[in-house]
Design a protein around this ligand. Sequence first.
Ligand SMILES: Nc1ncnc2c1ncn2[C@@H]1O[C@H](COP(=O)(O)OP(=O)(O)OP(=O)(O)O)[C@@H](O)[C@H]1O
Ligand SMILES: [Mg+2]
Length: 628
Amino acid sequence: MRSKDQRLQGWPLDLRSLRAAGIVLPLLFLIAVDLLRHTIFFGQLHTFSGFFGTYTVTALAVVVFSFSIFSFITKLQNRIVDQNRQLSALNDIAKAAAAKPRLEELLEASLDLILSNMKADAGLICLVDLEREEHSAVSHRGFSEEMVRRLQRAKFGNTPIALKVVRTGQPVVWEHVFEDPQVAERTRREGMKSGITAPLKSEGQVNGLLAIASRAERHFSSTDREFLEGIGGQLGMAIRNASLYEQSETQNRELSALIAVGKAATSTFDLGELLEKSLDVVIELTPADAAEVWLREGEELALRCHRGAHREAFLEQTRFQVGQGFPGIVAQRRETLVVHNLPDDPRFLRQDVVKAGFHTFCALPLRYQDKLVGVLAVAALSPEAIQEAREIRLLESIGEWLALSIESTRLYQQVQEIAVVQERERLAREMHDGTAQLLGYINTQTMAVKRLLSSERLGEAQEELTKIEAIARDLYADVREGILGLRIAARRQDGLLPALREYVERYREMSGVTVELDAEADDKSLKLSDAVEIQLIRIVQEALTNVRKHSKASLAKVSFQRSSGDLRVTILDNGRGFDLARLPSTGWPRFGLQTMRERAEAVEGTVNIQTAPGKGTKVEVRVPLLRD
Ligand SMILES: Nc1ncnc2c1ncn2[C@@H]1O[C@H](COP(=O)(O)OP(=O)(O)OP(=O)(O)O)[C@@H](O)[C@H]1O
Ligand SMILES: [Mg+2]
């Protein structure tokens, strides 16, 4: 605050020269008076008028001199008082800033302190956006609302004083409002006569403006300027801190938005659900009031999902040709398109959306590698929304996530479809080659029995009928087990073990074989993919069917063991076993063991059978567990 130049306002000398003058001048004066008395006025020295004149001049000189000295001291005193007051105001502002209040609160409180300190009538603090060359009033006293409103996102170019302060980084004083061409007309209309505009700076960069004005013409001293410069440093730093804080908050918000979309996008393979969840996150975490995803279908774009406000309006048109409407244009150019004046943009074709009051629309391509998957679009009612480059960057990052998830959902769907087709083929083959052949056999044998009966060969007919009966019984059991298996597989939402337990329960009733189900791992820790669960149930089912059909066992055991990333399921029976290398001929095609292996291989698992005649059979299935 203390300047090296100690010259006081209105005084041509600095302190040191004054001190010298205070000693030299009285001496010079006394010498001059004495010289005059002994030269020019020597003759009148002893007259009354001469005597009186000399002393009058001396007395007058003493009075003038003392008056000047005292006036100087008073000014000096005032200056010190002013400086003290300003120092204490600065101190107050520094203390307030240290308490880290919201920036607006700090600026409000500081403006009050500055105005009362400088005895000014009006004050204004603006934040400066150097990138956009704009300034916006954030705190004001004594100016009309109209003027403050005009100072929202106002270009410096239109305010010469603001421009000068930002360019030079120095305060600009305007003491005679009518003579100063820099002063804006609106300031004159506010009735202000004098003022000063000072920069708020941090690290040499202007990030705000502080304007002080008074209704009467006044002088702003160098102390005032110094005071405002000091304040400019304090508030400039507070503005910088607030903007850094806001930046890091925004980054955090953007990061959590990305994480949230990532979570939503990877939480499901259902495309509809995935889009709904992701768009809900977009609406929650960005200024968008509505969001939609268009998917490319050949040369068209189809609206696949809409979330947020005014759904009906957005559904006015749900298909666009590539090149047509906003989604079509974005699909064609493969570039982000943002507008804030929807009502005036002839390229936007959905009038209901305009009528609903939307002004901002941002559409961006969803690309996976070089392929255009679709278009993500967000809309906002306010024309002010989505103005910043980083908001658009965030939407583009969300778009990348979405494109990737949409593509992986499609791939998953394809894999599922292939799996479903394979399963259908397996079932069809089992039905056709197994059940259908048996039914065919029963049919031909029934006709043979008919012939035997008509030629009254009753004994043979009886024999054939017994065979047919056994086959039909087996077939009946097979079909019932098959149906039970299909039902259980479809109802495995509750988990694998409950589904298997139910199967074993019913199997026991139907087959009369005792089955123990022993699960070492508890159900919750057994995490298998859907495909693995289905194949596993079918394998266990076939193994148990074989126990019923071939083993003559009294007891079977199904057990589960977890071993490093795999699940081992063993189906053990105490039956007669068989020679794997030489399967006894039944005259019927066999699929069970072969299909069991195929099913395990389809999910990257294996089946191992240990058996020998008279030694029972152990079927060991190994399938991969899902990684946590
Ligand atoms: N647990 C078992 N105990 C005794 N023999 C068995 C057992 N499992 C299978 N086998 C023998 O292995 C053969 C082949 O079984 P596989 O399941 O492939 O055919 P299938 O049961 O005869 O006919 P499908 O399963 O097609 O209805 C059976 O015919 C049977 O002789
Ligand atoms: Mg079988």
